[in-house]
Design a protein around this ligand. Structure first.
Ligand code: ZN
Length: 204
């Protein structure tokens, strides 16, 4: 199981998803952190906290850093990827809107299901992510539709904070986000490479 030192996420990195929530497409990457304590293994339950009335799935492509990057160029960043994994950036949507900043909404225990890391150093414009809830497809996104490419994101983040081996970058979610309720089963798949499926329960 991947234990990243940090999880850096990118908001609104697909045009169609930014629009569906009524947001502008950003002119620079919008980054935030998720705590590593939120990581959840395949098969373990996503726990809906009692303080939220709307907990959403966000299927994303996760990039695992393989080499230390500090103020890296895009070209350097492109050669520093070790692997990829499926990520579910679970979000308490009501708390995200109410708080204004996103740490609480994105940071609950169990809010970061991740699939197995698969070695990958291939083309970053040829990855596809699919989300299914109870077997029904709800999201499908392709890296050619990213606002900011994966090498650009790694370079951009490394201007702020040193990226270290094992750090995880969640690259944003495509359109189609929606709520989860107790009893649902949600699955994120980076097509043909990594998948993570989890049941959903309410906190006791
Ligand atoms: Zn996200």
């Amino acid at each position: 199981m991947l234990r990243p030192g940090k999880i850096v996420c990118v908001g609104r990195n697909y045009r169609d998803h930014a629009k569906e929530l009524g947001n502008e497409v950003p002119t620079a990457p919008l980054i935030f952190l998720k705590p590593p304590s939120a990581i959840l293994a395949p098969g373990a339950p996503i726990v809906r906290p009692r303080v939220s009335e709307r907990v959403d799935f966000e299927g994303e492509i996760g990039i695992v850093v393989g080499r230390t990057l500090t103020r890296a160029t895009e070209a350097d960043a492109a050669t520093a990827v070790r692997g990829i994994c499926a990520v579910n950036d679970v979000t308490a949507r009501d708390l995200q809107k109410g708080d204004g900043q996103w740490t609480r909404a994105k940071g609950f225990d169990s809010f970061c299901p991740i699939g197995p890391e698969v070695a990958y150093a291939g083309a970053f414009d040829a990855l596809e992510v699919v989300t299914r809830v109870n077997g029904e497809e709800r999201q499908r996104g392709h890296t050619r539709d990213l606002v900011f490419s994966i090498p650009f994101l790694l370079s951009y983040i490394s201007q702020v904070m040193t990226l270290e081996p094992g750090d995880l970058i969640a690259t944003g979610t495509p359109a189609g986000v929606g709520p989860l309720v107790a009893g649902d089963a949600v699955e994120i798949e980076v097509v043909g490479l990594s998948r993570v499926a989890n049941p959903v329960i309410d906190a006791a």
